[in-house]
Design a protein around this ligand. Structure first.
Ligand code: MN
Length: 244
């Protein structure tokens, strides 16, 4: 099995190494990640600037672009044979609810799904990430991949969005199938002055409030469960009939 690993936190992120290390138990791993952090870059693709592909070890590359660029270059340029699986993450932070639309981690997985490759995004729900936390994360990712390999094939144009609560978690970790919940960020725009006396704005940054509706990703992680949400690339609301 050939596995492509991407992320949005960049080639130096601890979560990337954790994911790659676990994936090596399942197949031949290739890593393509942004050369610097590219979190919250959503599904941006670089079409009007050159991209540099920088070798960073055995089957390991940095790209001077977005997470989507990395998946694209990995899938269509580096290798002649197709990949069997795209894994993205493990993101340093949650990707819950509508935040999946901002997420570079989820976008890299979606890029894999777009080209017919089963794809999974992994995120760790926390705000700080001491080295020790990745021990638990590696075990949980291994459990999720074991479950995934034994299950039915994911239909095309779907992504699994996995959020892992900060441990310690029991063995085996409780896995829960979920839908997207609601994440509320108190709107916040801070205006300050730079050292040259010009004003600048800094948006967001305050901790979110998670809903706890049963069955949601938000509720699952708050209850110490690993949330697994199937996502569709097709954003059409098939249930809503509009009259024109
Ligand atoms: Mn990130």
């Amino acid at each position: 099995m050939r596995i492509l690993i991407c992320n949005d936190d960049g080639i130096h992120a601890a979560g990337l190494d954790a994911l790659a290390e676990v994936a090596r138990a399942f197949g031949d791993v290739w890593i393509v990640a942004p050369h610097v952090e590219a979190s919250a870059s959503s599904h941006a693709i670089t079409l009007h600037e050159p991209l540099r592909l920088l070798p960073r070890g055995h089957q390991r590359f940095a790209v001077t672009g977005t997470p989507t660029d990395c998946a694209y270059v990995g899938l269509h340029h580096l290798f002649e044979e197709p990949f069997d699986l795209v894994l993205s993450g493990v993101n340093h932070g949650p990707n819950l609810g509508i935040d999946v639309l901002y997420s570079g981690t989820v976008a890299a997985a979606m890029e894999g799904a777009r080209y017919g490759v089963p794809s999974i995004a992994f995120s760790l729900v926390g705000r700080s990430f001491p080295d020790a936390c990745w021990v638990d994360v590696r075990r949980v990712v291994h459990e999720v991949l074991t479950w995934f390999m034994q299950g039915p094939t994911l239909p095309t144009e779907r992504v699994l969005n996995v959020n892992i609560p900060m441990g310690p978690l029991p063995t085996p970790a409780p896995l829960r199938a979920t839908r997207l919940g609601h994440v509320h960020y108190p709107p916040h725009v801070e205006e300050k002055q730079d050292p040259r006396g010009r004003s600048y704005l800094w948006i967001g940054g305050r901790p979110p409030v998670l809903s706890n509706e049963p069955g949601t990703d938000c509720a699952a992680v708050q209850e110490g469960c690993v949330s697994i949400t199937p996502l569709l690339l097709d954003l059409t609301d098939h249930s809503l009939q509009i009259t024109i």
